[in-house]
Design a protein around this ligand. Structure first.
Ligand code: PBG
Length: 325
């Protein structure tokens, strides 16, 4: 009788053994909670396409940040939903714009206890829904947008953002924002660059969340899903322009990209488990088709295993609590 020479099953025999020999672990501090603050709200409002995620009022935002911090979450990424939009996204650069007001409130409440990150993009603030301003021929004007991004970055830093996160995929945005921040004296404000951000159908629920008025798509600036090598180019450019951290987005359909970027990056790598990835699991679980908590934990672990140092996920607080036990 011949016995198998190797028995990898030995290390799977008990939960304690599996725990001891696990190759990767998610830590609460790896997790970043994306949050939405909506102008004019006095009570939080549910986002129907993202069950469990809220549009926050300033007060409910503070309460939710307290919960996240208590659970050990590493940071929060704030998005603003203004009541009015215009062609150039004025609300993004004004200190009275909802995102900047909310950042200032959170900074006053939490200071350095929570890493405050803010989305740096115009799409929530423009009436056409694009991430930049439009040229006369209707295309997104890269260089005119950079100028606004620079001012937006300074406004966010002034309001108290510790990290600004340009997500608009304009060429040169990281270098331009870095220069604007430095010139205004914000040499210590970090940039988390959405470096490899792909045009994706999985952003669908987010578009409802930010009440996007976008007609058409973002395919002239966000990356094409077919491209792998180009993610390395985008990431290297951002690192060369001064990105302190880089990001791959979405996460689950792009784990190969995440692995590639993790292998070449000389700065921390984030991955964003986006709205569609969240809502699919919530919907399947609500139908009784999958075990909700197990599916959530497996999805987050898979992103970590692929190479993410930081994971942006709408389940950050829940997962952090579960990890703490
Ligand atoms: C752009 C931005 C988007 C997301 C984050 N920042 C939307 C887009 O590019 O259309 C998507 C987040 C998600 O889907 O969870 N400001």
């Amino acid at each position: 009788m011949s016995f198998p020479q190797h028995r990898p099953r030995r290390l799977r025999a008990t939960p304690a053994l599996r725990h001891l020999t696990a190759e990767v672990r998610v830590h609460p501090a790896d997790l970043v909670l994306p949050m939405f603050v909506r102008e004019g709200l006095t009570e939080p409002q549910p986002i129907s396409a993202m069950p469990g995620v809220m549009h926050h009022s300033i007060d409910s935002l503070k309460a939710a940040v307290h919960e996240a911090a208590d659970a050990g979450v590493g940071g929060i990424m704030l998005f603003g939903v203004p009541t009015t939009q215009d062609a150039v996204g004025s609300g993004a650069v004004s200190p009275d714009g909802i995102l900047n007001v909310a950042l200032a409130e959170l900074n006053a409440e939490f200071g350095d206890d929570v890493v405050l990150m803010s989305d740096l993009c115009l799409d929530e603030f423009t009436d056409h829904g694009h991430c930049g301003v439009l040229a006369e021929n209707g295309t997104v004007d890269n260089d005119a947008t950079l100028e606004i991004y620079g001012r937006m970055g300074v406004a966010q830093a002034q309001a108290g953002a510790r990290v600004v996160a340009p997500s608009g995929m304009m060429d040169g945005q990281v270098g331009h924002i870095r220069a604007a921040l430095d010139e205004a004296g914000f040499t210590d404000t970090s940039i988390l660059a959405y470096s490899a951000k792909y045009a994706s159908a999985f952003y669908g629920p987010f578009r409802e969340a930010v009440q996007s008025s976008l007609q058409g798509d973002r395919r002239t600036y966000q990356m094409d899903a077919a491209n792998r090598r180009e993610a390395i180019l985008e990431t290297q450019l951002d690192i060369d322009e001064g990105a302190d951290m880089v990001m791959v987005k979405p996460a689950m359909s792009y784990l190969d990209i995440l692995r590639d970027v993790a292998e070449m990056s000389t700065v921390p790598v984030a991955a964003y488990q986006i709205s569609g990835e969240y809502s699919m699991i919530e919907a399947a679980a609500a139908n009784g088709w999958i075990n909700r908590e197990a599916a959530i934990d497996e999805s987050v672990l898979g992103i970590k295993r692929a190479g993410a140092d930081l994971i942006l996920t709408y389940w950050a607080t829940e997962v952090a609590r579960r990890l703490k036990g």
